[in-house]
Each structure stands twice: as structure tokens, then as C-alpha cells.
Design a protein around this ligand. Structure first.
Ligand code: SF4
Length: 409
């Protein structure tokens, strides 16, 4: 049943209208996003219906598909509120909804039979019998559990006709994909309601009740430990195997991450998939891709469960957060008359710094900040204000939506 002759899609996170545009500019074939329409409270889910309509229009104009998350485990109150939202999503022309709950699936099938349904990774599909059942219930695609090996994905492909989607990059749960109450307990934000605070990634120390303020390390190293925090997934080296296994969609995690993350990671996977597709025999992971993913904030990389766990082996080890580069601005345009880049500040940067420019279409390059001026031509020592628009001298045009970042050594 495998059909590795169809090029898979790169599916990128779109946590906001701006991130959607960057994901598309940097090479996504499809994006996924969340709505606010019926009580999904996720931090990333900031598309109300009008902004979702604009997002769908924008994405479709660029030939990009839009999938909307409906993957809460619904309570009665959600079921009561869902029908108008589902009808509205169908009316907007979204390409699919992502569902984990059987009740929600049945509602979508009933109210919007033409709307394609993807089964969320939160449904934890780990075997072909489950996948086949989802298929018979009308699912068009299954986002497989991250805990599957490549061999298991291949077996899945052999038994079902439904499309398969696999996470290839991004954060992983230390629990079984979202089946965890840590965030509910510590913040009141429910992972199974699409609102995880990612509490497992916080830095923990031991404190004895009668000694407030005395924090004892868990002794992993002298900076404390992150015993609950998994490393981040990166499957660049396994793209060929996943293509051969008939995977339809390569999904990048991270709706709450920055536009820097969305742009940089989407670009790497776009380049990697295109490289494999044009010359499968000679595919290898390029050093510039590894360099690029290391420049984005991460928790060290792992290939997760893709090679399977042998007896006695532990799941991906815990990790420490690293942010080697700071994203400082976006290029809004180029003033040819003054030979100046028009830049919107996102983090403070100053005259004399060297920034790296990440562009949608060409290689990254360095830019020396020799001068900063404001719109009135006043000289500034720094661009300290968020969203401040400044001008930087530069001899040639740089594509809009290029990103500026600074190495933090
Ligand atoms: S707290 Fe961590 S392990 Fe739990 S659901 Fe959230 S991301 Fe997953």
C-alpha cells in the first residue's frame, strides 16, 4: 500500500497570523493552527474566525493547505458548543480538522461530511488495528504517535490506506504525547485541552518543606537538572526511510515558538526533502542543516523512538534548554534611494554588533551594524524598543521577511 512516489508535504506550525506567513515564505506545503472559537484556550491558538478566514485565503493564494486543531478531549460543554464552529470551519474552506476525540469525529462527520479529518497524535495511534478503525470511521489521515519506530510505521503503512503523518522535528512530551496532568496540576492549563504550559521543561530543584528558600540540586550538574524534560526531536537523517515507508506529511512541532523557529526549521526540512527528492541515492544530512537547527533554541536533539527501544534502553534523555542565537529583527523592506534596510526590532540590538541574516531564498550572511537611524534620520546607539522601526545601511536589497539574529557566545 506504500506509495513513496508521491512527494510528502512539509507541515509547519502557525501559532499566529505572522508565523503562518513566515512558515509559508520559508517553504511549508501546509500549516496547522488552532482557533479560539469554542473554548480552546491554547496560548498559540490565537486565530479567531475572521483571522482564520484571512489565514485560509492567504495560504490558499500561496498554494498552501490549512489544518485546524480540534483535538481537545471534549467534555459535554464542548460538544454542545462545537456544531456552529465545525460548520464555520467547513464554510471557511479549511483543508482538514485535527481531532482526537471520537465524539468530535462523529460530529464532524455528521455536520460537515466533506471536511477531511486528521486523527491527532494525542489519540496515540500505535498499531494498525487502531488505524484501520479510524479509517473506517472516516478519518483521512492519522498523525502517528511519536513513540513509533520506523519499522512500526512501515507496518502501519502496509495495513491501512489512510494517509500517515509523522512528527519529524520539535519538542517531545516526557509522557505519552500529552497524556499528562503536570501542566493542569501546576498551572491549571490542561494538556488535553490544547493548553499545555510545558511544565516538564521547567527547571526543578528539591526543597524541604521546613527550609523555604533552600534549593537542593538533583545533582545532574551544578546548574540543576531537568529530569522531566525530553530532548527535542530531529529526524533529518531518517527522511529517506520515512519517505520509503509511505509517510504523507512531515510535521514540525512548535506553534508557541517564535517566527525565527518557524522560519529556520521549515527552511531546513524544505531543503532536506527537496534534496532527497531530486537525488535520493546521494542524500545525506548536510552540515549546514545541522548548523542551522543548532542556531534555533533547542534542548539538544534526539532521534526519539524512530530506531526503536531495545530492552533496558531508556527513552530520550532529559535535556537542558539552549538558545545560541537571539532573534532581533525582521526585514520589512529596502530603501534603494538611501541604500538602507528597513528593519522592525524584535529584541534589543546595538551599533557595532554583527548580525546574521536568514533569508527565505538564499544563503545566510553577516551584516555589520555600522549605523542605526530612525524614520526621521536621527542616529541611534541601539534599537531598544520592541517593534521599533529602524534603518540600517546595506548595499543591496534583502528579501522582505528575512530575519536578523545575533550569536550569543
Ligand atoms: S507538561 Fe510536558 S509531558 Fe506533560 S503534556 Fe505538557 S509537554 Fe507533555
Amino acid at each position: 500500500m506504500a506509495d513513496s512516489s508521491v512527494k510528502p508535504e512539509i507541515l509547519a506550525p502557525a501559532g499566529s497570523p505572522e508565523k503562518l506567513k513566515y512558515a509559508i515564505a520559508y517553504g511549508a506545503d501546509a500549516v496547522y493552527l488552532g482557533g479560539t472559537g469554542f473554548g480552546l484556550r491554547a496560548a498559540a491558538a490565537n486565530f479567531d474566525l475572521p483571522s482564520m478566514a484571512r489565514a485560509v485565503e492567504y495560504a490558499h493564494r500561496h498554494g498552501v493547505r490549512v489544518y485546524v486543531t480540534l483535538n481537545i478531549f471534549a467534555h459535554h460543554r464542548d460538544i454542545d458548543a462545537l456544531p456552529p464552529y465545525i460548520k464555520e470551519l467547513a464554510r471557511l474552506g479549511v483543508d482538514a480538522v485535527i481531532v482526537s476525540d471520537l465524539g468530535v469525529l462523529s460530529l464532524v462527520r455528521e455536520l460537515a461530511p466533506a471536511l477531511k479529518v486528521h486523527i491527532s497524535t494525542q489519540a496515540n495511534t500505535t498499531n494498525w488495528r487502531t488505524a484501520r478503525l479510524w479509517e473506517t470511521l472516516g478519518a483521512g489521515r492519522i498523525v502517528l504517535a511519536r513513540e513509533l519506530s520506523l519499522e512500526e510505521i512501515g507496518t502501519m503503512r502496509d495495513h491501512v490506506g489512510v494517509e500517515l503523518e509523522v512528527f519529524v522535528h520539535g519538542a517531545m512530551c516526557v509522557s505519552y504525547s500529552g497524556r499528562c496532568l503536570l501542566s493542569n496540576y501546576m498551572t491549571g492549563r490542561g494538556a488535553n485541552q490544547g493548553d499545555c504550559a510545558q511544565s516538564c521543561r521547567w527547571k526543578y530543584r528539591l526543597v524541604e518543606e521546613k527550609r523555604p528558600g533552600e534549593y537542593f540540586p538533583f545533582m545532574e550538574d551544578d546548574r540543576g537538572t531537568y529530569i522531566l524534560s525530553s530532548r527535542d526531536l530531529c529526524l533529518l537523517e531518517h527522511l529517506p526511510g520515512l519517505v520509503k515507508a509511505g509517510v504523507t506529511s512531515f510535521k514540525i512541532e512548535g506553534r508557541v515558538k517564535s517566527i525565527h523557529y518557524a522560519a529556520a526549521i521549515t527552511r531546513v526540512y524544505r531543503q532536506a526533502l527537496d534534496a532527497y527528492w531530486s537525488d535520493p541515492e546521494n542524500y545525506s544530512v548536510r552540515s549546514e542543516w545541522l548548523e542551522e537547527i543548532s542556531k534555533v533554541s533547542n534542548r539538544e536533539y534526539t532521534t526519539g523512538f524512530i530506531t526503536g527501544l531495545r530492552p533496558g534502553e531508556t527513552p530520550p534523555a532529559y535535556s537542558i534548554y539552549r538558545r545560541p542565537y537571539t532573534f532581533v529583527g525582521v526585514v520589512l523592506g529596502y530603501d534603494r534611494q538611501r541604500s538602507m534596510l528597513l528593519v522592525e526590532q524584535r529584541n534589543r540590538f546595538a551599533r557595532g554588533e554583527t548580525l546574521e541574516v536568514l533569508t527565505p531564498g538564499r544563503e545566510s550572511f553577516n551584516l555589520e551594524v555600522t549605523e542605526i537611524t530612525d524614520a526621521e534620520g536621527n542616529h541611534l546607539e541601539a534599537a531598544p524598543h520592541p517593534r521599533q522601526t529602524v534603518y540600517l545601511p546595506w548595499p543591496g536589497a534583502v528579501p522582505q521577511m528575512s530575519l536578523l539574529r545575533r550569536a550569543e557566545h
